[in-house]
Ligand binder design. Sequence first.
Ligand code: DOR
Ligand code: ZN
Length: 362
Amino acid sequence: MSSDNTSSDTIVQTDDGVQIRLRTPDDWHVHLRDGAVLQGVAFHTAQQFARAIIMPNLDPPITKCADADTYRQRILAALPEEISFTPLMTAYLTDAIAAAELQAGYESGIFTAAKLYPANATTNSAHGVTDIKAIYPVLEQMQKMGMPLLVHGEVTSAHIDIFDREAVFIEDVMQPLLADLPELKVVFEHITTRQAVEFVESAGTNVAATITPHHLMINRNDMFAGGIRPHLYCLPVVKRETHQRALRQAATSGNPRFFLGTDSAPHAQSDKENACGCAGIYNSPVALECYATVFEEEDALPNLQAFASENGPKFYGLPLNNSTITLARRQQTVASVIDAAGTPIVPFQADQLLKWTFLGRQ
Ligand code: DOR
Ligand code: ZN
């Protein structure tokens, strides 16, 4: 597809130094929460991204068109009027969800996709699907309509080692699912393993994956460096360095079936720094700076625009954004804590020095 700013002019030398200019990216996986926290976090996503796939794991979850529509309005109301941002809403699949609800939601444009959480896999997933076979009529309807299924790919059995849960999911759930529904459009969300990279590379063009900034920047050693670091704990948990390397290779390769999804998942500082700290990394304040750091380290900045701004919309069948964003090669120290409308939240890379600074959207 032709583009106004091609990959070759991603890096620009200006009087103010080196800049990255990109077609405005989209975030294909984000948690914006609700209530006061939504007021505090929505802006961070909306300033860097033109659109975002909004996760439905509220409590109670978003299972109905009407609930998605009012949640969408609350997101827009949490943003300054001058900002142009499109929340793309998703339905939370339960054992009981009706194919007709998804069909109505997808055909009317309220639902862009549906999210599969295996029951109890992660935060607010208690209402998730207990047996994927039980929702086959719903998935068949989605396949027929071309509605993407967004998958949290982890088995939940307590006896499966937490570091193996994604690889086992591929064999036990993903492969049989795609054998039964070979045309189903699937986004394997926040992949964390070499096995997931290889699975997506060898699957059909109806299968893609999102990759987070944190799974590109850290591995499980970082989670335990000098002590246990609750702000680096998320699900699927970060894996060993070989997997991190496979993810970095996949993200920066230019393969159109890997694209940006931050999985930014804010939790109050007190819920993370806790005897039972919850899973989720809040990266949206510095998401593009982190991705740019990784692409630069991998000597792949010319592929950043495809990963951040083109592969996602092409997979979803949506138009590319026309505006652009700029990052400057200027150091910044990330805040220690962010006040999200009264809730202190520790961002990813807190107190760390980053080489890039987001300047804005043009
Ligand atoms: O770490 C995570 N946090 N993983 C998820 O799948 C959910 C998310 C959240 O909602 O906090
Ligand atoms: Zn998520």
